[in-house]
Design a protein around this ligand. Structure first.
Ligand code: ATP
Ligand code: MN
Length: 300
């Protein structure tokens, strides 16, 4: 599990402070990604991946970037057809050098597509993003994720959980290679709406911010071609230098909150782990047939 990441990237301005409250520097960020590379890379490799760059630290303006730019010679890219029909180059990390090469450009967060470069029309996982509204506490979010696990299990879908590194949890469902975006979208929408209809005091499946109070927003909209979610083991550009961290379901109850997992604790945690908290994720091939029989009546 401690495979050394090799890259030959020189990180310039290593002492530049990217997290002012913690004094975490650009070199610390590069060292973090080097330390977790064997765990992080499978989540972004060969996937179009947007980066969130903060060249002057998270206290200053940051920006999302999906296209390669001049100087990114260590970073692979893929040419793909956008929904509009236009062709464009997308960042698409292939190895440790790609990742550290992007850190050199100030990347802190990595947000991949749920599809690989050689099969962009076939999502290989689904993401349900559970976002707490005002007044919803961590325990409520944990209970909600467990409910998702149970209900997904009822339609033969095994799921995995991670902290987003922000406020919430992501429930992730691996798929086999011949699922379509259209089936994925049909299922996640019907599933999210069904739970929100059943338990309207607890869940909302509409994005309207002002209606969320006290409820958990089920964001299912990440499951479409071109949409992204944060990668497992990505740092977040938030106070605390938190990390999007895969957990075993059995360990979810031990977590006090997303703040447990950060740039310092995650490498230590990985060094101690005997097995992957998401054991089997990469090889599990699940179809949506059963899921669509129960959820997925054609809708708007
Ligand atoms: P939280 O737990 O705080 O909700 P999160 O990772 O679930 O964390 P955000 O970081 O708010 O949520 O990301 C929202 C979604 O929008 C993600 O799918 C992310 O990949 C995407 N995203 C974030 N910033 C941008 C941007 N500037 N442009 C396009 N997509 C973005
Ligand atoms: Mn979220």
């Amino acid at each position: 599990m401690s495979r050394q990441a090799t890259d030959d990237i020189v990180v310039t301005h290593p002492d530049r402070v990217l997290y002012p409250e913690l004094g975490v520097t650009k070199l610390d960020v590069a060292e973090y990604y080097r330390a977790v590379m064997a765990w992080f890379l499978p989540g972004v490799r060969r996937r179009p991946t947007s980066i969130l760059r903060f060249p002057d630290g998270i206290g200053e303006q940051g920006f999302f970037q999906k296209h390669p730019m001049r100087g990114m010679s260590h970073v692979s890219h893929v040419r793909l057809r956008e929904e509009s029909g236009k062709w464009a180059d997308y960042l698409c990390p292939s190895d440790a050098s790609s990742v550290i090469g992007l850190v050199q450009f100030g990347a802190i967060e990595f947000h991949p597509w749920a599809a690989q470069a050689d099969s962009l029309d076939e999502p290989d996982y689904l993401v349900f993003d559970l976002d707490p509204g005002k007044g919803v506490n961590w325990r409520d979010i944990v209970e909600a994720a467990r409910l998702f696990k149970r209900r997904l299990g009822e339609v033969d879908l095994k799921s995995f959980v991670r902290t987003s590194g922000g406020k919430g949890l992501h429930v992730v469902v691996p798929l086999h290679a011949s699922c379509t975006w259209s089936d994925a979208k049909r299922f996640v929408q019907a599933f999210a709406r069904a739970l929100a209809d059943e338990q309207p005091d607890r869940f909302i499946a509409k994005a309207a911010m002002d209606e969320r109070g006290g409820r958990i927003f089920i964001d299912y909209l990440r499951n479409s071609r071109g949409a992204t979610s944060v990668a497992s083991y990505s740092l977040r550009a938030r106070a605390g230098a938190t990390v999007a961290t895969p957990l075993r379901w059995a360990d979810l109850g031990k977590a006090q909150g997303p703040g447990d997992f950060d740039i310092r604790t995650v490498p230590r945690r990985l060094a101690r782990l005997r097995s992957d908290p998401w054991e089997g994720f990469a090889t599990l091939r699940q179809g949506l047939e059963r899921a669509l029989q129960t959820y997925g009546e054609p809708e708007d």
